[in-house]
Design a protein around this ligand. Structure first.
Ligand code: ZN
Length: 493
């Protein structure tokens, strides 16, 4: 269903500061790139919020019938400790600290990232490319930028020339910064650098002898600058100009500004039509920070093993909490807010079960089509999930009144209401009925234990054909039985 032909979606474009009607480069197709994590530590909750926001956007675009190619990268090299192209590579530093190969660090935290996002029920992107897998593409872009005169080489490193670029293009248009102000603010720091101007940024950095993550290039052994990978990977998979580029608000400057500069310098095109930025998550009114202990990891919320919250919270409750705020607003997490979200989440899930069992009447006492339109209007207004959720709670109220006999619903309307509520709650907001999944797990465990009993009986009767059949067929279904002194246990693969 190509719903996008009837729905007018508007998105907040950071580039223009306006809410604009969303029009794709190619009809029916959306190319979306979101800056992924630098995999040198466990993914923190603020990042989860960003990825969850773009997951909701991905889900809604798909629901509208677009064919979406969603690219979200993994930064596994080139991200230095500070934005001024100095300090150690974050991954190499962690590798040294933990005496691991850099790729072991990358593997460990990529797995953590995927597991955490899966717990929050995020859909995987269409392509998840890595920086180290695209070194050749990055070198090619540097060559193009050098050939066009927007970069210069110094002592084995290549820098982007902001002053030269600014003669023909506008650097700072995404973050609303003026080059003159940037120059005025940084004049004192310029002295010891090999850059011509402090605003210039590294496209390629020469690797010092002790630097372990290094690749050969026309300028000697080195590694790419952090901003470059996103330009290389987004344009490789989505084309020189694509529809949506997303990321956290903190990436607007310098990262996204530099991406625009690199793309315009190499291809001559503006790379992105709509820049979308997800806002920050705070904890108890303050910025989350590891150094001040005002910090929570997703695992600590699920297990309740933390000093900030009074109890554990299920991933779907946390996701529901995140969806209750607009993705461009700052959201503050705290115990009371999570408790309130938990209550709301279970009220919503209960109403879904009540809705299934409602007895339809001859006619409806409220306008279901109008309600459904209001839900779409909310989502079409820059993915306004808090308004959508308010409409869902309006439906919850109606459902409970129908149950009490104070409102009525026709058979046809009941079907529309059921389909829409399920679509918005599960497909678009990406919630999971946590109760149900717990119940399913209990049922599966019960069935496996029953089969273990039957197998034990068969073995006691020397009916090995049956006992082997049970073991082998369970294994094919991903259930491994282990016979031990204490009886038979199982694990799910
Ligand atoms: Zn990026």
């Amino acid at each position: 269903m190509q719903l996008f032909k009837d729905q007018v979606l508007k998105v907040s474009n950071s580039l223009t500061g306006e809410k604009e009607v969303f029009k794709t480069v190619k009809e029916g197709y959306v190319g979306m790139y979101v800056c992924g994590p630098t995999v040198y530590s466990n993914v923190h909750l603020g990042n989860c919020r960003t990825f969850m926001s773009f997951d909701m956007i991905f889900r809604y675009l798909k629901h509208l019938g677009y064919k979406v190619r969603y690219v979200r990268n993994i930064t596994d090299a080139g991200h230095l400790e500070n934005d001024a192209d100095e300090g150690e590579d974050k991954i190499a530093k962690k590798a040294k600290l933990e005496q691991l190969e850099p790729m072991e660090v990358v593997q460990r935290y990529t797995v953590d990232f995927h597991e955490t996002l899966k717990a929050f029920n995020l859909l995987p992107p269409s392509i998840e490319p890595t920086a180290t897998g695209h070194i050749i593409e990055q070198i090619e872009i540097i060559k193009e930028i050098l050939a066009k005169g927007f970069a210069y080489e110094v002592n084995g490193s290549v820098y982007f020339d902001i002053i030269k670029f600014s003669e023909s293009n506008t650097y700072g248009k995404l973050s609303g910064r003026k080059l003159e102000d940037m120059i005025a603010n940084t004049r004192d720091l310029a002295a010891q650098d090999e850059k011509r101007n402090p605003q210039d940024f590294a496209l390629w950095k020469k690797a010092e002898p002790q630097h372990i993550m290094r690749w050969p290039s026309p300028w000697g052994d080195g590694f790419p600058g952090w901003h470059l990978e996103c330009t290389a990977m987004s344009t490789k998979y989505l084309g020189e100009t694509f529809d949506i580029h997303g990321g956290g608000m903190d990436l607007k400057f310098p990262h996204h500004e530099c991406e625009i500069a690199q793309a315009e310098a190499s291809s001559g095109h503006s790379p992105v039509n709509y820049w979308l930025h997800a806002n920050m998550l705070t904890l108890n009114g303050k910025k989350m920070s590891k150094s001040t202990d005002n910090n929570l990891y997703p695992d600590e919320i699920f297990s309740g093993d933390n000093r900030i919250l009074s109890k554990p919270f299920a991933p779907s409750v946390v996701r529901f909490f995140m969806m209750q705020a607009h993705y461009t607003s700052i959201l503050d997490l705290g115990n009371d807010a999570l408790l309130a979200s938990e209550k709301g989440y279970y009220r919503l899930m209960d109403a879904l079960k009540t809705l299934e069992k409602l007895e339809p009447s001859e006619s409806s006492s409220f306008d279901v089509a109008n309600w459904q339109k209001a839900c779409y209007d909310a989502m079409n207004d820059d993915f306004n999930t808090p308004i959508l959720i308010a409409h869902l709670f309006d439906a919850v109220k109606r459902i409970n009144l129908i149950k009490e006999g104070q409102e009525t619903i026709s058979k046809a309307d009941k079907k529309v209401l059921q389909d829409s509520v399920n679509t918005f709650v599960f497909d678009i907001l990406g919630l999971v009925d946590q109760d149900n999944s717990d119940n399913n797990a209990t049922t599966i465990n019960g069935v496996i234990n029953l089969l273990i009993d039957l197998r034990n009986n068969a073995r006691a009767n020397k009916d090995f054909a049956t006992s082997d059949k049970i073991r082998d067929e369970l294994l094919m279904l991903g259930v491994q039985l282990k016979d031990g002194k204490e009886g038979t246990t199982f694990s799910l693969n």
